[in-house]
Design a protein around this ligand. Sequence first.
Ligand code: R5P
Length: 293
Amino acid sequence: MADLDDIRDGDNFGLNTPADTSAFYLKGMNHTDWGIKNRMSRIFNRKSGRTVMLAFDHGFLMGPTSGLERIDINIAPLAEHADCLMGCRGSIRSCIPPENTKPICLRTDTGTTILTEMNHNVLLSEEQAISMNPAAMAAMISVGDAATEASTIANFSRLVDIGNKYSIPVMGVTAVGKDMARDARYFSLASRVCAENGASIVKTYYTEGFENVVACTPVPVVIAGGKKLPELEALELAYNAIQCGASGVDMGRNVFQSEAPLAMIKAVAGVVHDGLTPKEGFELYEEVKNSQG
Ligand code: R5P
């Protein structure tokens, strides 16, 4: 019991300072609760409103693909330059030091690999996912693939239920159905399906007409980098996506398969956060690369 003597009435009510009723800085998040907003704020830079997520979840599908042979050597040193790390529980546990303070976007669906029919995925258990202390959780939906569309959307929807229970944002990852055209119409549909099912972030691919994909998706959209491109082209991809309203990138191969991954992630961050043009980003890439000797 607190000491009841000398209880002082408050007299500093800040009457000249109205309560802050300004909107939350990220698209579509105004009506989410404190926990979701707090976690989104760890992922998306408060000043730019954008994020550079580093994706290294490829191994559960592809095994030790180029640039991910040793996550402890290839990825861990890049962590401090990313805004968020996206990976699977196994590689995060074994290769990312637990002292890491960067937010984790945990890949929570797993299933088949490139050796068979992909995308027959299930979700990790709720307890396992929560034990990784994720700032966000990600699962893929396979829109347009008759064999896996329903099960992946069901997984996704269940993951959003779990996310909402603990106030953890869920990122929807749009896979490309085998027979689908990689165009704005398809990615608009797939992105919108993620958002309608409760995604707080949508990860999709850049394409011509991308401004429509972003406009019809009521939450922040980030792009995957896709296959490795020459560095300048990858920076152009990021730049074009940002110009169309994307809220950042969740890039993998174009960073960790670069000749100079550290220089590349810094250049991508320059484009995403600091408004560098692709040319300026490339100059930064060259400068950092050359300074590494
Ligand atoms: C898709 O299911 C995964 O998140 C991929 O690992 C990710 O999209 C790959 O990133 P990137 O295409 O930039 O290598």
